[in-house]
Design a protein around this ligand. Structure first.
Ligand code: CA
Length: 391
């Protein structure tokens, strides 16, 4: 028994000592311990001077700007502290409820790394064309998104307004095809660097969060050619409040599927960067999908190598989202566009209602788990959001 009095702080629960994700609450930087939070500022003297300064900050920004050796040292020290039988002096548990966006989002990049998702969307949006474009298996397709509208889990999402295609020209109004995209995000850290090789990726990934990339499909279908997503995605992107450190996922590392064609040398990996994360998408309390992240074609290391190969830098606080996670089966699809096949196959919810796209008042919660050390389960903190009517 450790000194932490919380029934969920065990290896059988997703937020036991094997996980220890970081967040920020009213009391400052904290780690999640079961169903509660342990603020670090009051116990900062338990760490060395450098770490004490980092954990006493108001956000995770200074910690993200540190480096992997310090991240590892902090995690090792925390594990000692939370598994001890006696509480460190000054320690007091706090509620999770005041969790906020724990870092300043730098550049936000959204990829498109699920081959199944790309094929499904290709078939729905371009029924007469090839499902996959010729570049897809040669590079991780992505776009630069809008960092300023990344919001923390629990923030309401206002239905966006915009243009969509009408019978006699464009129509303006609230989106009628509001959707989700269940994704996994990597929070970047370490020194500002360009041309990051795949073998150096671990120096630049602090941890992992779940992402919901809310998407207005009607706005998207009208605006996306020839330059890609713009207003259909930039109104809100939700992220989990607690960042799971990369080290907590060491047992979840798997080899990703490889494309049939050879990769250019800068995209070849010398370690397994796929992650065996099992996602769950809940729509008004009905689990509608279980997307498997291990099926993603492109990994974080490849995304990072690709994004920086032209001289662009990665900076602490940058957020890389994976793209919608969809597996090969229907109930593994990570968007409602795919689950309802473009709105043609309604999804039944357990209250007896059915849906194609989101209605006002609907709540979506995405969670995920991964295998941890010694048979434990590592959790990724939920990303939740409720749709509010257009303003
Ligand atoms: Ca997306």
């Amino acid at each position: 028994m450790t000194w932490i009095d919380d029934p969920e702080f065990t290896g059988d629960h997703p937020f036991g000592p094997q996980t220890l994700p970081y967040g920020v609450i009213d009391e400052g930087i904290a780690v999640r311990v079961g169903g509660q939070a342990l603020p670090l500022r009051p116990i900062a003297s338990s760490f060395g001077d450098r770490l004490a300064e980092l954990v006493s900050a108001d956000s995770l920004d200074p910690l993200l700007a540190a480096d992997r050796p310090l991240w590892s040292e902090l995690r090792a020290r925390l594990l000692e502290l939370v598994t001890a039988t006696k509480a460190p002096q000054g320690a007091a548990l706090a509620r999770l409820s005041s969790a906020r966006l724990p870092f300043t989002v730098g550049d936000y990049v959204d990829f498109y790394s699920s081959r199944h998702h790309a094929e499904n969307v290709g078939k729905i949006f371009r029924p007469d064309g090839a499902a996959l474009l010729p570049n897809y298996t040669h590079l991780p397709v992505g776009y630069h998104g809008r960092a300023g509208t990344v919001v923390v889990s629990g923030t309401d999402v206002v239905r966006p307004k915009g243009q969509r295609k009408g019978e006699h020209g464009p129509v303006f109004g609230p989106s009628v095809r509001l959707d989700i995209e269940a994704e996994v995000g990597f929070v970047c850290g370490g020194p500002v660097t360009s041309e990051v090789s795949t073998s150096a990726a671990a120096d630049h990934v602090f941890g992992v969060v779940l992402v919901n990339d809310w998407s207005a499909r009607d706005i998207q279908a009208w605006e996306y050619q020839p330059l890609g997503p713009f207003l259909a995605k930039s109104f809100a992107t939700s992220v989990g409040a607690w960042i799971t450190p990369l080290e907590a996922l060491s047992r979840a590392r798997v080899a990703p599927p490889t494309p049939a064609n050879p990769l250019l040398p800068y995209l070849v990996e010398d370690a397994d960067w796929g992650l065996d994360l099992a996602l769950r998408v809940s729509w008004n309390d009905t689990i509608v999908s279980n997307p498997p992240f291990a099926t993603m074609l492109w990994t974080f290391a490849q995304q990072l190598a690709h994004m920086t190969v032209n001289g662009a830098t990665v900076r602490p606080g940058d957020l890389f989202a994976s793209g919608t996670v969809s597996g090969p089966d229907k109930y593994q699809r990570g968007s409602f566009l795919e689950l309802s096949w473009g709105g043609k196959e309604p999804v039944e919810l357990k209250d007896g209602s059915s849906r194609t796209f989101l209605e006002d008042g609907d709540t979506v919660v995405i969670t995920a788990t991964a295998p941890g050390e010694d048979g434990t389960v590592v959790g990724l903190s939920e990303v939740a959001g409720t749709v509010r009517p257009a303003a």
